[in-house]
Design a protein around this ligand. Structure first.
Ligand SMILES: Nc1ncnc2c1ncn2[C@@H]1O[C@H](COP(=O)(O)OP(=O)(O)OP(=O)(O)O)[C@@H](O)[C@H]1O
Ligand SMILES: [Mg+2]
Length: 246
């Protein structure tokens, strides 16, 4: 049974259809990268999965249970299993690092503070921030802030992690430290769906790569297939351009 199955999913902003018939099956522990030109619907797909934008057709099945996005309880349950990290990390500026990571599990999930803090410290160690518990976001570099955002998402104990261009706002020197964190998580078998323009990274870390264009999936394949032997001209064209560009 797949961890996540997306079946003929469509979605729209107002009258504009932006996702058309998306079908994708993700096994537990897979790392799926979504690539494709700007505006192709990559972020929108993650937003629909999180229940931030309703689907107009099709369905999403999580752990064998179809998800009803019209049901608040269903969406809450889904968010218990999935966490998302955006490009803009949106840390709470008035809270230190440890509080940023612990606030949702304590206040929203109502878990015991002591246990949450112990876990948060371990997460911060894993993302290389063991010495920053009491720093405030404006005292951290962009890469460090992005890693706090990842730790904050992991503190929710997601089974599925959605990452939307989390290195796009970073200086090149900081990109690697964030990508190292993602690599470690991938090695630990957490299921990931990520959007990235870092093709070298996508190639290294992904079990499969999904090429999107105009709200549709053009092609899905292993990194070797997509980067070396794409079946669709649109994929070859996009991959060729982006590899030349970087
Ligand atoms: N909040 C919104 N309201 C209306 N239309 C939107 C909104 N967000 C995105 N769109 C439109 O939906 C389409 C898909 O956008 P989306 O953000 O999913 O693309 P993307 O593949 O993530 O692009 P990028 O690589 O630039 O981040 C685009 O045509 C975009 O203009
Ligand atoms: Mg996007």
């Amino acid at each position: 049974m797949p961890h996540l199955a997306v079946e003929n999913l469509s979605s729209a902003y107002a009258q504009q259809q932006v996702l058309r018939n998306i079908t994708l099956s993700v096994e537990r522990g897979e790392v799926i990268s979504l690539i494709g030109p700007s505006g192709s619907g990559k972020s929108t797909l993650l937003r629909v999965l999180m229940g931030l934008l309703p689907p107009t057709a099709g369905r999403v099945v999580l752990d064998d249970a179809p998800l009803d996005y019209a049901s608040k309880q269903n969406v809450r349950d889904a968010r218990d299993k999935m966490a998302i990290v955006f490009q803009q990390y949106n840390l709470f500026q008035n809270m230190d690092v440890l509080s940023n990571v612990t606030v949702a599990p304590i206040k929203i999930k109502k878990r015991p503070r002591e246990q949450v803090e112990t876990e948060a410290k371990e997460l911060l160690r894993r993302v290389g921030l063991a010495d920053k518990h009491h720093s405030y976001p404006d005292e951290l570099s962009g890469g460090q802030q992005q890693r706090v955002a990842i730790a904050r998402a992991l503190a929710l104990r997601p089974e599925l992690l959605l990452l939307d261009e989390i290195t796009a706002a970073l200086d090149p020197e900081l990109v690697n430290e964030v990508l190292d964190t993602v690599r470690t998580l991938a090695g630990e078998g957490i299921t990931m769906l990520l959007v990235s323009h870092e093709m070298a990274f996508v190639r290294e870390v992904s079990t499969r790569v999904v090429m999107m264009d105009k709200g549709q999936i053009v092609e899905t394949g292993t990194p070797a297939q997509i980067f070396g032997n794409a079946q669709e001209a649109r994929t070859r064209d996009f991959v060729g351009k982006i590899l030349r560009h970087h």
